[in-house]
Design a protein around this ligand. Structure first.
Ligand code: ADP
Ligand code: MG
Length: 751
């Protein structure tokens, strides 16, 4: 049935009509379009081009240069055809260029062109001009045929749409061309005039037109900008509404930092704090002094002194008779923090307890009871703190430490009735600005950039795997000077080559059944001792990966103990070891009983051994930039200068790797985080499964930082004037915000 009849039979009336009845579609194509999520007319209108094709620059023949590709428009004036001496078919066309002058086009073995060409035919030819002396010639040029009046039109960019099997770009363009002119006017504007002026964006009809049928790239970009801004504005409105609602509903215990309390806490901490630490403390004190629960993210590199700031918050909370919970990702860290805090609070009345998965049943019962009865002031624990049976007498503060992956800053839900605790997250992975404003947009942010005084410098290098031999000699020298060394082996892909020349052992181990599917493996993943590498998790199966990593660490351990570092005491740490064994090995390393620690990326989450000044990161190209930087932080803790070598995996070239190059060059975690975002893109960085937010469709957090800032400012302005967005002209914007984020962010309709 011709399109026109189809239309007459069932007149598509509006944006909600099924796509099937529109010009150039029909039932079969409708099924194909459905795979792209295009079911109704509106879906077609909002199926945006992915990019644009810019036709080559059309130039006048006068501007031709020998062997420089060019395009020109013209009309065929003469054709000739023959068979060459070598037996090839040759077709020539003399074309009168619009710009004046003529060009001869020549094709070999394309006899079909004879049917397309004819004198008077208009075309746009693209090819490499060569001068014959008489005139310019193009051999095997590409041509597009033009209608008689067409010439300028061809400079317009052509939209490139996302496609699916069974649908060509030209089909999609045709469907758009035939239907959108009628559909676009039906779309209702979301942004009122005033707001559009503030944002400097065009109205929705203009923008939709320019997006699908741009006159030039600038028009397309400006149309894209409108939809990006709109998307980001809706997001920022949702975030602001959520904060607004939260601060209205929940009530937290007021913990005021009076002069006396403040001085007492600082005195107990006993360090001269950096300006950034003091600023963070001021932020926290101001938050905790109110009934609105604090909701703050504290960012700073490893070793920048976040724990000290967290300690301030805990003591402030306890000083007011409330309990504080400090949640860390691993048992090892829980033990370490308990030990440090117990030491520094030994002479105080603060009662400390630890809750981890490895407590015996009776120990656990005891801790739970004391917590519930208010006989513990400060509890340090792993995720075990989140269990259903953990009750608090009067929880005032929750701190979540050392979350390394974006998107998993857990909104730790500890069980409390009545008053809500203040909440502080510590992140050692600097979070790029745009991500902080979106993914973690409901958190206030404090940043520690400045390192505590007396930090030693770290020298960073990156090399190919083959250049490791000289490095091991250097490590040996440093060990001889009394230093300690760490060797880190990240997860490697199962099908990757074994790491070392000596890796017969590695291979043997990886097929050893002893290492498959054990109970320890389960436990290791439960207590979170193996933070997943940011890159690898999506790519492969969990158990296999772990297996290879363990095997790999084992292989390196053997290689080093029987080879370049045979003279030294070497320890091996990986995720399959029982917790007690991990603690024992870490303690032995900290005590200097071990000279070298071979470890999986487990050490990332915190060991503090000032004498360890040399680190080797193997297969470093498989790690994210932030993770590499995190690891480096482990050797800048003491008075000795640190040395970190990031070695690319076998077959990879360090100098080709943008991440390794950046790692070697910069030691600023924030700068590296921004770079990582640009290199990997926001999707990769956040991962789809972790991220709590629906993904952005048009805007890109790795590029649209300025638009995001604008959207944030404007969202706040809007809510300041009209906290419920109840003005009629904002109705559609409010609807859109609730529709997109209402459920995800538990926004109740306000209007
Ligand atoms: P983070 O938690 O950010 O990794 P920590 O708080 O654990 O860092 O601090 C790292 C080390 O630096 C600790 O040994 C700590 O005692 C020390 N430190 C922290 N702040 C200061 C400071 N202002 N002056 C001197 N040493 C400090
Ligand atoms: Mg810390």
């Amino acid at each position: 049935m011709p399109d026109e009849l189809a239309k007459a039979a069932d007149q598509p009336s509006g944006l909600t009509s099924p796509i099937q009845y529109f010009s150039g579609v029909g039932p079969d194509r409708a099924a194909v379009l459905a795979r792209l999520g295009i079911r109704r007319a509106a879906d077609l209108v909002f199926h945006f081009p992915r990019s644009y094709e810019q036709p080559p620059q059309v130039v006048g023949v006068d501007d031709f240069e020998e062997k420089v590709p060019a395009s020109f428009a013209g009309t065929v004036v003469e054709l000739d055809e023959r068979v060459t001496r070598s037996g090839k078919h040759m077709l020539g066309a003399l074309v009168q260029a619009d710009s004046g002058g003529s060009v001869r086009l020549v094709w070999f073995n394309q006899p079909f062109r004879r049917n397309e060409l004819g004198t008077g035919r208009r075309l746009l030819a693209t090819g490499t001009p060569r001068s014959t002396g008489l005139h310019w010639e193009m051999i095997q040029p590409q041509v597009r045929y033009l209608s008689p009046e067409e010439c300028d039109l061809e400079r317009k960019p052509r939209p490139v749409y996302p496609l699916t099997e069974g649908l060509r770009q030209s089909d999609m363009r045709r469907i758009m061309r035939r239907n959108l002119p009628e559909l676009i006017p039906l779309v209702i504007e979301v942004l009122p005039d005033e707001l559009r002026q503030r944002l400097e964006v065009s109205d929705i009809h203009r923008a939709l037109h320019d997006l699908h049928f741009p006159e030039n790239l600038a028009a397309a970009e400006s149309a894209q900008r409108r939809f990006k801004v709109q998307e980001l504005l809706v997001l920022q409105l949702a975030i602001s509404l959520q904060r607004q609602q939260r601060s209205k509903e929940a009530v937290a215990p007021v913990c005021e930092a009076t002069g006396k309390v403040h001085a007492r806490i600082l005195n107990r901490i006993g360090l001269t704090l950096t300006q950034d630490q003091l600023k963070a403390i001021a932020d926290i004190a101001s938050d905790m002094g109110r009934t609105i629960p604090m909701n703050r993210l504290l960012q700073g590199d490893v070793g920048s002194g976040k724990t000290v700031v967290a300690q301030y918050a805990m003591l402030l909370c306890v000083a007011h008779g409330n309990q504080a919970a400090f949640m860390v990702p691993t048992e090892v860290l829980a033990e370490q923090h308990s030990a440090t805090l117990s030491r520094s609070l030994a002479s105080s009345r603060v009662r400390i307890a630890t809750l981890t998965g490895s407590l015996s049943r009776s120990q656990r019962q005891d801790v739970l009871q004391r917590l519930a009865e208010g006989e513990v002031d400060l509890i340090i624990g792993t995720q075990a703190l989140l269990s259903a049976d953990v009750r608090f007498a009067r929880l005032g503060l929750v701190i979540v430490d050392e979350q390394h992956k974006f998107g998993v800053l857990q909104r730790a839900k500890l069980r409390v009735d009545g008053e809500q605790p203040h909440y502080l997250v510590l992140s050692a992975t600097p979070i790029p600005r745009t991500i902080a404003m979106t993914e973690f947009g409901d958190l206030d942010v404090s940043i520690i950039r400045e390192k505590p005084p007396g930090r030693s410098v770290v020298h960073s290098y990156s090399v190919d795997h083959d250049d490791l031999a000289a490095w091991w000699k250097f490590v040996d020298e440093k060990l001889a000077e009394g230093r300690q060394a760490m060797v880190i082996t990240p997860r490697i892909q199962v099908d990757a080559l074994p790491l070392n020349a000596s890796s017969a052992a590695t291979q043997a181990l990886s097929s050893d059944s002893e290492w498959s599917g054990t109970r320890e493996q389960l436990e290791a993943s439960e207590d979170g001792l193996e933070p997943q590498s940011q890159m690898d998790e999506s790519q492969m199966d969990e158990t296999q990966v772990d297996e290879t990593q363990v095997a790999n660490a084992e292989g390196i351990y053997r290689f080093l103990s029987s080879g370049p570092l045979a003279a030294w005491q070497i320890g091996l740490l990986h995720g399959r070891l029982p917790s007690s064994e991990k603690v024992r090995i870490l303690n032995a390393f900290a005590a200097g009983e071990l000279d070298v620690l071979v470890a999986t990326t487990v050490v990332e989450v915190g060991i503090d051994v000032p004498n360890a000044s040399v680190m080797t990161i193997l297969d470093a190209d498989r790690l994210g930039l932030s993770q590499l930087h995190q690891l480096r932080g482990r050797v800048s803790r003491g008075v000795h200068p640190g040395y970190v070598l990031a070695a690319a995996s076998v077959g990879a070239t360090a100098s080709d790797n943008a991440r390794l190059a950046a790692f070697q060059k910069s030691n600023d975690g924030f700068e590296l985080a921004e770079l990582d975002l640009r290199i990997r893109g926001a999707g990769d960085l956040l991962g789809t499964s972790q991220s709590g937010m629906p993904p952005l469709k048009v805007a890109d957090l790795s590029q649209d930082g300025e638009l995001l800032s604008l959207a944030r400012i404007v969202a706040r302005e809007l809510l300041e004037q009209d906290p419920e967005l109840s003005r009629p002209e904002l109705n559609r914007l409010r609807q859109q915000t609730l529709h997109r984020y209402g459920q995800k962010m538990q926004l109740s309709d306000i209007g």
